[in-house]
Design a protein. Structure first.
Length: 92
């Protein structure tokens, strides 16, 4: 952009709003393949959940038992399985 706020070490923030969990799984695999050591620029970002929350994609990749979910009004810890289950209502 040529603006001073963008530096050589800046990362790129991405926002994803998938409607199916299978799409998230493919997305995470693709992002991991693009983000090896020394890859510039660093890709960062979040996955929007159907309930309005958001989770950092890097945290989803790690598959911890609990995830930090940023909601419209608060931040909470949720079970990984509960986050994945949010997508069960959408057609395959």
């Amino acid at each position: 952009s040529g603006q001073q706020y963008v530096r050589p070490g800046s990362d790129i923030d991405l926002l994803f709003a998938p409607r199916r969990w299978t799409v998230i799984e493919r997305l995470l695999a693709e992002l991991q393949s693009l983000c090896g050591p020394g890859v510039v620029p660093r890709l960062d970002g979040e996955v929007l959940l159907p309930d309005g929350g958001a989770v950092a994609w890097r945290e989803l990749v790690a598959r911890p038992a609990r995830l930090m979910v940023k909601g419209p009004r608060d931040v909470s810890l949720r079970d990984y399985a509960a986050v994945a289950a949010l997508f069960s209502e959408f057609p395959a």
